[in-house]
Each structure stands twice: as C-alpha cells, then as structure tokens.
Design a binder for this molecule. Sequence first.
Ligand code: GCW
Length: 889
Amino acid sequence: MGLPSFPNMESGPGSTEFSLCAATARARAVHPPRRVTLSSLCILALTLFHLCLGTRANAESGREAWLRYAPLPQSETGKNEHKKIDFINAGDSLVLETAQHELVRGLRGMLGPSWFASGKLPGKIMLSRNGQSRMQMHRPLSPLSEDGFWISHQKCQGTDCLVIKGGGDRGVLYGVFALLSKIARGEDISALNEVQNPAAKIRWVDQWDNLDGSIERGYAGPSIFFEGGKVRADLTRVSEYARLLASLGINGCNINNVNANPRVLQSDFLPHIARAADAFRPWGVRLSLSVDLSSPKTIGGLDTFDPLDANVAAWWKAKADEIYKLIPDFGGFTVKADSEGRVGPSSYGRTPADAANVLARALAPHGGIVFYRAFVYDHHLDWRDPRADRARAAYDIFHALDGKFEDNVIIQIKHGPIDFQAREPVSPLFSGLRKANEAIELQVTQEYTGQQRHLVYLAPMWNEVLDFDMNGTEQKPKMATEPQSEGKKQVDSSWFVKDLVAGRVFRRPTGGYVAVVNVGMDENWLAHPFAMANLYAYGRLAWNPNLTARRINQEWTRLTFGNDPVVVKTVSDIAMKSWRTYENYTGFLGTQTLTDIIGSHYGPNIESSEENGWGQWHRADRDGIGMDRSVATGTGFAGHYRPDVAKRYESVATTPDELLLFFHHVPYTHVLHSGKTVIQHVYDSHYDGANGIAEFVRDWKTLQGKIDDERYNDVLRRLEYQEGHATVWRDAICNYFLRLSGIPDARGRAGNFPNRVEAENMELRGYVPVEVTPWENASGGKAIECRDGKGCSATYRVPGIATTYEVDVVYFDQNNGESRFRILVNGRKVDEWVADDHLPAQKIGGDSSTRRRIYRVELSRGDEIRIEGIPEGEERAGLDYVEIFPEPE
Ligand code: GCW
C-alpha cells in the first residue's frame, strides 16, 4: 500500500555538550588530594574560576545533585574586600582534608572569587574534632556524639572565627556540608551556634548491584561498582557517590546485591573490593558486603555451611581477618537467607540467630556488624489456606529469637510486613524485639512505586512510618523543625518507630537506618530528577527523623533548582501530593499495589497476586475483597501488634480506611469512614489519581524559564508519560472491578469512554486485532499489531464538532524493537515519533502501554485520522486506541 518510510524522523531528545569547567571541577571533587595546603587550594580555586569564566553556565545534568554550589545572587555574596580566610587545624586526617577541600569548593562556587571576603564569614575558620585543639573555647550547648557537630562563632587567637567542631572526623565533614547547605539556601549564618547530633548510629545505604554490572531493581543504568564480573577499573562515580552520601551524613554502604554471589569473598576478588573502600574512605563511608551463607562450602572447600560447625566458624573468622587486613574500616556483612530461594540456616535445622552469630563473632574483634535481614518468608505458601499469611513471617521467626543475637547483630526490618508496597502497615516486628538491635529498611529505588518513571516522593510515607507509635497512643508526635539532640528523653509511653530503631527505647548499643538506593551510571544517578529527592530525604530522616517531608523537600528544591520561592512552592507542592496520588491509581485501601507482582512490578496486573505461593493476595471475588488478618476470624496477624494497635486493626470499625483491605475482607458495598462504598472509592480514587498527574503537568509547566531547560524538559517529558500511564492504571483497575463486582460507577465514568475509538474498530490495512492478557490492560481487551514489515495503517473519521482538539494516541512501546508511528489528518502529517523508550516490557500490555498527546489539532466532523505504524524487531507497532478532547479555551 505504499507506506512512506517516514523521512527525517525526530528521534531521541537533546544534544550533549562538553563542559571543561564541570569536568575539571568534578575530577577535583572526587579525588581529594592526600595532602592539601591552603595555598594550593587557593590557586586551585582561582584556576578553576578562570577556566569557568567565558564558558556558559554548566548544563544541568543532575550529576551534582544537591551539591551544585551554584553562584548566589550578587546581593547575597556581600562586598568585595580583599581578605583571606585562614584554616586552622584542618587536614591532619583524610576525612578532615576532605572537609577542608569541600569547604573551599563550596564557598568558591557559591560566593565567587571573593568568597573569602564575602562578608558572610569571619577571617578564620577552624575545623577540629573533639580533643584535637587546645584552644580555649566556649562549650557546645549539648555534648557531641561521634558523628555530631557544632558550628559556632568564637574568638580564636583574639580574632573572630567560625568553628566547625565534630565529635570525630566525620562530624567535621558533616558540619562543613551543613554550613554549605545553609549558605546555598540563603540562610543567615552570621550568628550560628548550633549543635546537631544524628538520631542513630547506623545510617547506611544498600545497593543491589550484581557483579556482571546489572542491578536488581535498579532503574538508572548499570552498576557504578561492577562491570563484567569485576570491580570497575574507574571508580570515579564511586567517589562521587560517597560524597553525596557523606553530604547527608550517611556513613556506610553495602555495595552488592543481597542475593549475593559468593565470588565477592574470594581471595583474588577482595583486593578489588578494597579499591572501592579506598574510594569511600575520604568521605567517611564504610563499605560492607552481602554474603551468601553457603560460602564456606561453595568457595571455601568445606563440605558444610552449618553455622554451628566449628570448621565453618573458623572459616568465617579467617575470612573476616583477611578482609580487615585489606580494608581496616570494613563495615560488616549483610545477610539474606532462607528467603526467596536463598539457602540459609534452615538447611541444617538451625536458626537465623545461629547464622547471624557465627558471622558476628568473626567480625566482632574488628568492630564489624552483621545486618541480618528479617525479610525471611516462604514463597510457596498455600493460597487456599485461609490461615496462611506471608505478613506473619518476620514476626513469627524473629520475635521468638529475641535475646539470642550477639550485640553486633542488627536485625534489618523492611518498614512493612510485605515488601515496599505503595501502602502497608508498619511492621509489628519493630515492637517485637527488645533485646536485639534493629534497623529499618526503606527503599529509595522505586521498585513498587513507579520505577523512577513515575514521580513519587516517598518522604511523607516515611514520616508516617517513623512517627507511628507502636504503643498506640493517639498523641501525635511533635514535628520539630530543628534537629533535636541525641538522647532527648521521650516524655510519654510512646514507642515511635524512629525511637525503637535508634535503640533508644530499650537502650540498645546500636541501630538505625538502611535504604536500598540502587543508583546507577545514569548521569543523574537515579534517572528521574525527582527521585533524588527520595535519596536526599532518606539521608535527612536518618539524621533527624523529626524533620517533616515538606521541609526536607523545600531544602532539596532550593539546593537542586535554586531559591526562587515560586519554584520552591510548586516543586514541593507536587512532591507532597505525589505519594497519595500514586496510591490513588495503583493500590487502594491497603491492597498494597495491584501491579504485576510475579513479573515487572511496574504496570497493572491485578490477578498476578492471587492464587500463587507468593502471598500477596487480595482475595478479590465478585462479592468482596481484602485479606482477613484479624485474630478472631483471620490469620491472626493483627495480634502481632501491641495491644492498643492490635485492637485498632482487629475490627473493621476502627481500622483506618487506607489499610482496611490489608486487615479485612469486606463486600464492595461496605461503607468506609469516608462515607463512600468501597467500590465507589475504587472509581473515585482512580479518577482522582489520574487527574492529579494531569495537574502536576499543568503546575510543572508554570516553571518554564524559572529553571534550566534541560531539567525542565526532562521532568515534563516524564510527567507527560506518567499522565498517560496513570490513565492506563485507572482504566485497568476500574474496568476490572466494574466487571467483577457488577456495580456501576455512580458518576458514570468507569467503562464509558465517549471520546475514544478503539484501534480494532478502525479501518485496518495490514494491522490485525489481538487479544491482550490480562484483558484489563488494553481498552476493550484488544489491540492491533502490524505484522507487515513495510508498515500498516488504521483509519477512522472524526465524529465530533469542528474545533481544536487534543489527540491522544495510545500505543505499545516494548523494549525489543523501535517501531515508528505517524498520524495524518486528511493526508496531512500532524505528528510522528519513534517508540524507543526502555520500559520493562517485551509484549503489549500494561507495562508497555504509552500515550502520545498531540496538542492543538484542528478537526472537523468527517475528517480522516490515519495512524501509520512501521514495526521493528519484535515490536509490532501496537495500537490500543485514539481519544480526542476539545481543547480548553
Ligand atoms: O522486593 C523484593 C524484590 C527482590 C529483592 C527482595 C529482597 C533483592 O523484588 O528483587 O531481592 O525483595 O528485598 O530481598
């Protein structure tokens, strides 16, 4: 039929520019010299400045994240006198050298060549750790913990001086970052006198990186650590990552997947791991490794890995000794065992305590820690058994072992009892351990929350989790705006999760925070610019869990996009609404998330949770939905909570709406506290959710010209995609429950699409209709595919009135081909594009469904709309439907 070959197609966005200034600055930043002198720093600063002069402002790739040190407006940099800052005492350790170097870098970047005389700072800056200086000084307002710091104005040798004092070296570095952040955000620093101590000792991140360079649940490119079975030769990004982590006070990183490859512990591999530890060290970040419990057998040559076997214990001890010779500040081991197919102590009838302790004893002489994950469950549960419940597993196993773990073992507990879902109750295990150290495990990588293709700011969820009172008192925790000091006494009987994990409630020696981050080689670390707000928020909360999500987001926005109040408000308003909006279109009333749980964890696939051993059941049928987890009639999980909380969740009447279906099975006609029926809530929340993303797009567009074009366009493109995908979710879930329940949407929206023309109902040339599985993932359950390599077309005539329209084409963008599309009105081309995104999909369905929106198309009744598609590879230019809307005036 003579389809054209689409000449001059526009493909991927943007051009790349090389910036000498950025590259030079970056290189310096990631490799702080071993010895830095003040004069060399000044010369360096000036040289960099001159290199930067004359080039245009750096393209904003996002690589600098919140450490851009962008020049402040002239009014904030003060007058231009010639005065130099002396550093006192700095530089007698690697971390202190880093601190001094970072301070110079930050001040020079923000305040320009005259930074040392900006009027913002006195003529001397003293960096010192506790006990390092004999100089007479005032005392800090409260004592400093090891990683804490005190920033104050003092007299040093008779002159004004700004002192950044740390409990230890890291504290000084954290103080430097805090000062620079204040300056960047335009805070007044002229009378600073502030002590900050972190809330918990453990503030770690985990990476799920595999040795082949892939990352399990990573969405931002390959590993920065590994490539082709080896540690990367160039560890520049590792140093840069450590700098980002240090700027948040994060002091440890586990670099390999918890589904561990035993190879990491082999003697010829460890020296390479040591190189990564070297890259971390200047930033005070300790490296640790995930280990496979079978290692004594698989790589150690023993015939057992029984943790109670003396040879096994000796093997672990020798391995620990070997590691510490290479990495004296090695952090320890993280363990996933007896979970999702990993072997563990159960192979020998032993307990997690037996396994954790054999490692702990090997590490103890060196100060190492075992992070033993409580994510232990059977994924072959019997779904027919109404008492079976995956949510019970962690508590059932670990509560019984309380008191049996060594003091250098930390039980690492996912924040909810299932698995990082869009909404879950808090894990009852936080209050189920009194004699074991705990760490909460959060997930920055957005496995179940849109995989960094959807904008979801997770800090509001983390606030709720950390502020949850396991003792159930109704009293709301105070949201301090300023960091509080460590050791502040709780005045009531509340057991907030944030206090339990820090070890404060039961006076444990250690504990705190771990987050799975999974940064990758993508220039901006996490792919979606807003995803970095989650890493930032995680670090800030691990430092001070009393901070509110909004305040943290405002900080992040100022540092990331600048101090324009309109930008700060718009960005943080979008961010603050985003979690609830995502929940609205993906996982209602405690169904967690209705994604494809046995596949991508991305698009909708409601039944994938049911009738299999994974235990993420919703138990939806034609009459009702929800898991009965009550003690009286269900699995008994509600009884794992402390009495007041257990009582709240035991009854339908007192369970909050957003968790109702996690704890109870109810009919679709059940009336919620909100006054709506469950089924009407399903319809309303999904339309609210999808409309919410449309609002984000509108709000974001008001920022054009207020932030750099690179990041403006990147976020806009992502939000527009999200708006389309939220509609896919909305329709899949509404249509599914409409069919299952048979109860219509009181507002007539679900299943009713007057502006939509199904592709299978168009006049087709070459295209053939196909059934889509599951049916709800395509409009009408069907789509069309082009099986002719030369191309196909689908045509229809406009039914509506003559006006200007928005035209939405919903097509399928798989990752195994790059089909091309174009749309013509009466033979005139109005748009063309390539389906070249990298969505997690090799077939048509909810993961690949994508919307192309074409604005301002003039159409009259009877006009011919033709979509032409040319398939490529395995991708068959799949089309779902076309929908047209008159454009608002
Ligand atoms: O959420 C699940 C993920 C797995 C992960 C596991 C875990 C590393 O789907 O990919 O494995 O949790 O936390 O161990």
